[in-house]
Design a protein around this ligand. Sequence first.
Ligand code: ADP
Length: 648
Amino acid sequence: MDKSLPSFSTRSKVLMIEDDVSYARLIEILLNESSLLSCEVVKRHTLNAGLEAMEAEEFSAVLLDLTLPDSTGFETLETMLHRFSDHNIIVLTGRVDKELGIKAVKAGAQDFMVKGEFDGDQLAKALRYSIERKNVLSRLEDAQRRAQIGHWECDPAGRYFYASKETYRLFDLDPAEVHFTCEDLQAPDSPFAPLMEIEQETKPNGAAKKDITIQTNSGQKRCLSLQCQAEKIGEDQYVYSGIIQDITERMQSEELKKAHDLAQQTAKIREQVLASVSHEMRTPMNAIVGMTNLLLSSSLSEEQLNFVNSIKQSSDVLLGIINDILQISALQNELIVFKNKQFSLLELTEQLKAVMRPKLGEKELIFQINLDPDIPDQIHGDQIRLSQILFNLIGNAIKFTDQGFIELNVRKALETDDHFLLQFDLKDTGIGIPDDKIESIFETFTRISSKDRITEGTGLGLSIAKKLIEQQGGRIWAKSEEGKGSVFSFELKFFKTDQAAQPLNPQETPQPYIDPDMPFTIMVVEDHQINQMVIQKTLEKQWPNVNIIMANHGDEAIEILNKNQEVDIILMDLLMPVRDGFETAAYIRNEMDGEVALVPILAMTAHAHISEDGKYHQYGMNDYILKPFKPNELFTKITYHLAKPQPK
Ligand code: ADP
């Protein structure tokens, strides 16, 4: 039988300790005849035999004769209560010692019955009541144990104290072994001292609540919530009752949540500060890079050329860091819009190899690319992002490999009607990554190798790659062996190209060209003085016959255009005082008449993601140039838009 949930649907077992064998048999017959209770009577004739039976099995109730061969009188009950304090004992007394029965009930017996004064039904009723009461108590105990809530009661005058078993357990005490009385409670080192303290705190308002932390025997922390209230039971008479609850898990999860929220908040603030600082740094960087490019194209002595090249290298590194920070911030805010255009995987990987050649050459590393032949050359996806991911991974492989080889294998992991899942594996024979660090390398700003101190990097490359892959629905992982090398793998989905879509025919691509003898006018709308100078000098160097008109903000540009000034193309900064680039472009397109409304406008922006979200297009601009601009890219875009007939 389930000890914790006894029930009347099962037959009760009653222990009868009675030395008079025939009387015991009579009681058994009486109980069996009563329809009020179905029970089995187990008979024992001495106290010791009874105690042994109780030790061996669980009884629903005990009928105890107080006069036994091995113990007589009140002592019989005391011995039993001492061993089994929470058993329901019904004492049987003779007519002459009825007083003893009353005393027994006061001491903890559940009831008493005078021999010869009850019939079978009366005894069955008393037993039934007693068993039912025990069941209710046992259910309550079970509920307390499951809910980890205990309760206690005490009389402030110090005459009475009761604590449920769960209260003992919550204080890490075994209720089967310890049982506190009022006196125990007063002891200064009593484990129940907090109950006494809260009892004191209840005095002013009649109620008190507090949380405490105790240390369990195993050294763990346990958080307990105590609530206590005073109940008046008579003139100047109170019972102080309280409940105690284990709130360790709640406290731990609250603490965890707090720590988690704080970490998230800190990361967000760090990222916001970094993003805005980086953005602010782009404008002066633009000037440094631009001026350096101008300096490089002027006549310099060999020594000067070395100096300027050093400036260029360092500013390129710095710009790379700034761009990484801005990109991670854009990725974290899910601002990157992925493109889905047709491109050649072979061309992309060959280009990457060409770009990496100087770095590979420095270390004499072999770089091999193996594309599975069943991957079609033309696929649909975001070519720029794929290049960026591979560029990061290959860059790392070169950085952390001093000798041996680097190998890129691409294979089809899955094919459906409309797409392929491609798996890219980049293998190197470099320094490798310790097992316990492999998970963390994909986190932002994580750099783990001792080599990191002497290599360039911010610890952002892999987290950017991971986000770029995951935001396109793919996944990335790494396997590595310290001292032997690493394999970085990722899976990414690419769509199949339309059968009709043919690769671009280079002959059909317009080859724009500007006649060097024909003068033309470029309007530059830019508020930053140094940037104005950089653009002007860069353009004049490329096209000596170019006429440049400078406007400091949108209103000034509109004013110039209104004076019928002929302009062939406009380079438009986006963030400017008075009227920004977006508004100015929209004004030119919507409010101005004639040829000027159709003039090509190229947005100049330091915000990588602003240019990606297509906003420049919505405001009527034709294209964009990322700042700091690369001179060749600027020339190509200007040439392309000047040579291209503009749509009406
Ligand atoms: P970083 O810009 O510093 O290279 P990454 O995010 O690209 O940052 O890489 C994080 C760290 O992971 C590196 O600093 C390096 O310690 C480790 N790591 C990345 N790739 C490799 C590799 N191929 N071999 C060994 N360690 C690597």
